[in-house]
Design a protein around this ligand. Structure first.
Ligand code: 5GP
Ligand code: MG
Length: 173
């Protein structure tokens, strides 16, 4: 496993993001919404550094690709989401790749009546975005490589790694 972002660098950056959120959300209660499952570790670390009162909610977003020619359709499961109507939302995801997930989930939260939606990703892949979308907070810009760890998986494995890593070509390692 090649370490791309070591544990200590993640810890420092999460603290910086938390400081920015604390400044921006000063005096407002809000709801942190994590997109399952990849954002779980990031969410757990971030919320413990937030100073203002907030709720935590989760939702599931999965993309399905029907045929090679149809773009992926995002299927949202909002069964674990608390009431968002009238709430200020801080939406978290692990990584911004094409931008499809965050833009569609944001639009859905607005449809549900959220008062505002700010978005935050730990990672943003360079040169991959196809859907125009600007997250409000970005941890690290990374090269176009498949990364795992700190919540991100490969075949539902490696989520527990405390760092962000790149799998060697032989993924059985
Ligand atoms: P987007 O909708 O922006 O294309 O993709 C976002 C989702 O794709 C992320 O929430 C994540 O689940 C998945 N994804 C994109 N790139 C990677 C990657 O390098 N590693 C892993 N584990 N997941 C990724
Ligand atoms: Mg995801």
């Amino acid at each position: 496993m090649n370490v791309l972002i070591p544990e200590e660098a993640i810890r420092e950056r999460v603290s910086e993001i938390a400081a920015a959120v604390n400044a921006d959300f000063h005096g407002r209660t809000f709801t942190v919404v994590g997109i399952l499952t990849g954002s779980l570790v990031f969410l757990a670390d971030l919320v413990r550094r937030l100073e203002h009162r907030h709720q935590i909610g989760l939702l599931e977003a999965s993309s399905y690709r029907g045929t090679a020619t149809t773009p992926g359709t995002l299927v949202l499961n909002t069964g674990l989401l608390p009431e968002v109507r009238g709430r200020h939302i801080l939406l978290l995801d692990d990584i911004l790749d094409t931008g499809a997930t965050l833009s569609q989930v944001t639009a859905h939260l607005v449809e549900l009546g959220a008062a505002s939606v700010k978005t935050c990703v730990l990672l943003r892949k360079i040169g991959r975005q196809t859907v125009p979308f600007e997250p409000d907070y970005v941890g690290f810009a990374i090269p176009d490589k498949f990364v795992v760890g700190y919540g991100l998986d490969f075949n539902d494995d490696y989520r527990h790694l405390p760092f962000i890593g790149v799998l060697p070509d032989d993924t059985s390692v």
